[in-house]
Design a binder for this molecule. Structure first.
Ligand code: ADP
Ligand code: MG
Length: 252
């Protein structure tokens, strides 16, 4: 069925070509890395869990008019996607202060941001994925000003949709990382994955700052029961149907 020619092996996934040049197959691995791959490990079942969570969330976003690369999930650990040229940016949206935002600004862990913060990091492992300024991003020609505006708008809309969805799951969406790509018509599609590897997710049923963590911070910080936490996210995500969530903005 699929010509399994490996195009790229990353830290969490392998990208394969298929017999259709516009379609790639992404295989989700159990490998886990953190701190720019200085810490490495395995999380049992992660490939399957993240493929399932990502697939559900991409379908939810599609149902809410966000163009994504998602096609289908032919096997438990594989997702078929539209081939895109990845824009080398990690688009991070934050609702609550955590991680590098706390380290670099002194904001306290858990501080609720008055409005969502969108940040652009250079997706470049050799440079350690540095935070970019708008001017540096344009200097490096990583996106045009128009594309940058569109990325910002899409990221904020995706945040509204995912925040509302996770709220229904009893989970607080603290922050998350997105990747976008351009298809052959230069249309921007949401790509890559959305999973506990790429989101900070806090269980609203727990107040303890360690016990509430349902994402890769359990691995980063050796909090234990990483697989259990990922499975609980999966269970709650699959319990919520894929449907239009928040009203579309009214067109004048
Ligand atoms: P990395 O270690 O670079 O983060 P991953 O293990 O996450 O890599 O593997 C996925 C790779 O595939 C990433 O480089 C990601 O940008 C890329 N990718 C994701 N979706 C698509 C797509 N639809 N088309 C082409 N490349 C993609
Ligand atoms: Mg990745």
């Amino acid at each position: 069925m699929f010509a399994r020619q490996k195009l790229y092996e990353g830290k969490a996934k392998i990208v394969y070509a298929t017999d259709d040049p516009d379609v790639f197959l992404t295989h989700f691995k159990n490998d886990a890395t953190a701190f720019n791959a200085q810490k490495r490990g395995q999380i049992a079942g992660k490939g399957e869990i993240n493929a399932a969570i990502s697939s559900h969330l991409f379908q939810l976003l599609e149902a809410n008019s966000i163009p994504t690369h998602f096609i289908d999930r032919p096997t438990a650990e594989d997702m078929r996607v539209k081939a895109v040229k990845i824009i080398p940016l990690e688009v991070v949206v934050r609702n609550i202060a955590a991680g590098s935002l706390c380290q670099q600004t002194g904001l306290e862990l858990g501080a609720v941001l008055k409005q969502p913060l969108v940040e652009f990091y250079y997706k470049n492992d050799a440079l350690g994925d540095p935070l970019l300024t708008r001017d540096r991003l344009l200097l490096l020609e990583l996106a045009t000003p128009e594309q940058l505006d569109q990325l910002q708008q899409m990221a904020l809309r995706i945040n509204e949709l995912l925040s509302a969805f996770f709220q229904q799951c009893g989970i607080t969406l603290v922050d998350f990382k997105l990747e976008f790509g351009l298809d052959r018509n230069q249309q921007i599609l949401l790509a890559d994955e959305i999973s506990p590897d790429t989101c900070r997710l806090w269980d609203q049923g727990e107040t303890d700052p360690d016990r509430r963590v349902m994402d890769k911070d359990r691995f980063r910080r050796d909090l234990g029961d990483v697989e259990g936490a990922y499975r609980r996210v999966l269970e709650r995500v699959l319990n919520q149907p894929v449907q239009p969530l928040v009203q579309e903005p009214v067109q004048e």
